[in-house]
Design a protein around this ligand. Structure first.
Ligand code: NAD
Length: 485
């Protein structure tokens, strides 16, 4: 049962930094206000890490790695299972933080906690299966072994749109593989990552294995990547920042694990049930106010059903109840920030200047906070900004196509390659499109993209390496060849 806003605000925690297992408050340095997107008012202020804090977390990660890599995979797994259980026990407390900091509806917030718990559970299980192999030797009596080992201390950077799932992905993957980790939490939503870090320590993590703090991104990435302590960097955020961090990482020969932007195409072919499609497409599109890297954003619809699909999706979008996440009727909350709302407004202004049809939405909502209407733009041309720039907000762009080849060309024309969706009845089309789409995640006749046990990563400029699945742990592991004669 969701709390009231007022009660939840009273419970919003004092924010600090979790360095080497210890929560520290009031360090006398600078702070940044955490803004409630539902009202535009401050919820609290998060202290920014100093260079000394980062140095301390690096020293702790180095010592922590020595302890954690020698902890048996069985013990690591047991601890991580406890984290999953604890997340579920504290689901309502964590969901409150998610609604306050991100504005997402209560039911979605509870869903995020459950997904995060599932990630911990998966990494706990999979961490026990860092199997190597024996390669038959050419030499009599020699043994040739392939060993899988943790890569070393990890530097992690996360954005704000999944305040619990994104830190969970990074922490559970790194810890499951046997690595220590220093995580830079988003200063826009720090409470969830801090609460998660505290839970991991409550479950018995040895001191130093994990640190969580916010701080100036350039200072922190500079120090964490230049340090000889760290061996890999994992980042979730935009392609532009991902490129910068990758260059820094490679300059110091650190493995860059990059989960970056997307602008997911949806190919819609003749023969589908239009009403059913529209209902589910709109639910997927406007989840988390469209602030999802794999959200469906570019809808390419076969011309014979284009008009019907635009109309059905418009009708569905008009019915979305927008409001405060604590209100049980709310289906979509605000955008996270004024910055995001202005970006959406600019895309719509460009669409209007090009005489594209805004069939519903297209305006900010006149109330406190950063609310924007669920918006559908029909007849989007390839020149329109929203057909090119990742919207990361509540806009769906609709475009008709005539042939399969044209649909694939439109889908693949951007440098992004994260999510892609195909809706069709005949197997031949689904089969061909699965092969032809340049994306790390191709979802046919459905909308759910990630599960803890499935890999998630981008093609082209959407990323490098995967999170989740077996691949999510492999990204944090080295392969060693050993020969015994
Ligand atoms: P952003 O890249 O601008 O910022 C992300 C985070 O990186 C922020 O916390 C920011 O402070 C920090 N940052 C900025 N410069 C940095 C630097 N030099 N070193 C280290 N950190 C730095 O992205 P954003 O606009 O806040 O987030 C939205 C983007 O994230 C979208 O492109 C979205 O698609 C992407 N995203 C990708 C995934 C994925 O798994 N592929 C998941 C969620 C979001």
């Amino acid at each position: 049962m969701s709390a009231t806003r007022a009660e939840a605000i009273k419970r919003y925690p004092k924010l600090g930094q979790l360095i080497a297992g210890e929560m520290r408050y009031d360090r006398g340095g600078s702070t940044i206000e955490v803004i409630d997107p539902t009202t535009g008012l401050a919820l609290g202020a998060v202290p920014m890490a100093t260079e000394a804090d980062v140095d301390e977390s690096l020293a702790a990660a180095s010592k922590g790695f020595d302890i954690w890599r020698k902890t048996s995979a069985f013990e690591r797994s047991n601890l991580m299972r406890k984290v999953a259980d604890r997340l579920r026990e504290k689901a309502e407390t964590l969901a409150e933080l998610l609604v306050l900091e991100l504005g997402k509806p209560w039911r979605e917030a509870l869903g995020e906690v459950d997904v995060a718990a599932g990630m911990w559970e998966w990494a706990a299980e999979e961490g026990r299966r860092a199997y190597g192999r024996v390669i038959p030797s050419r030499e009599q009596g020699a043994r040739q072994l392939v060993l899988v080992e943790p890569i070393g201390p990890v530097a992690a950077f996360v954005t704000w749109n999944g305040p619990l799932v994104t830190p969970s992905r990074k922490m559970s993957g790194a810890l499951g593989a046997g690595c220590s980790i220093v995580l830079r939490a988003s200063e826009e939503v720090p409470a969830c990552a801090l609460a998660l870090g505290q839970i991991v320590y409550e479950c018995g993590l040895p001191t130093g294995v994990l640190s969580v703090m916010s701080g100036d991104p350039v200072m922190m990435s500079g120090k964490l990547l230049e340090s000889p302590v760290t061996r890999a960097v994992t980042f979730t955020g935009s392609t532009d920042v991902g490129k910068l961090l990758s260059q820094q990482a490679v300059a110091h020969m650190k493995r860059p694990i990059m989960e970056l932007g997307g602008h997911a195409p949806v190919l819609v072919f003749d023969g589908i049930d239009v009403q059913e499609f529209a209902k589910r497409a709109v639910a997927a599109k406007f989840a988390n106010s469209g602030q999802v890297c794999f959200a469906p954003t570019r809808f390419y619809v076969q011309r014979s059903l284009y008009g019907d699909v635009v109309e059905a999706m418009t009708n569905e979008a008009k019915q979305i109840v927008v409001g405060c996440g604590f209100d049980p009727k709310t289906q979509m909350g605000p955008l996270k920030s004024e910055r995001r709302r202005s970006a959406i407004e600019q895309l719509i202004e460009d669409a209007r200047q090009r005489d594209l049809r805004v069939t519903t939405g297209g305006r900010r909502i006149d109330r406190p906070g950063f609310f924007y209407e669920p918006t559908i733009v029909a007849d989007a041309t390839t020149e329109a900004r929203l057909s090119n720039a990742e919207p990361f907000g509540p806009i769906a762009a609709m475009t008709p196509f005539d042939t399969y080849e044209e649909a694939i060309t439109l889908a693949n024309r951007l440098p992004y390659g994260l999510g892609a969706y195909v809706h069709a009845r005949d197997f031949e089309t689904l089969h061909r499109a699965t092969n032809d789409l340049e994306a790390g995640n191709v979802i046919c006749n459905g909308w759910r993209v990630t599960y803890p046990e499935t890999p998630f990563g981008g093609y082209k400029e959407s990323g490098m390496f995967s999170e989740g699945g077996i691949e999510g742990l492999r990204a944090f592991q080295n392969v060693k060849y050993a020969s015994l004669s």
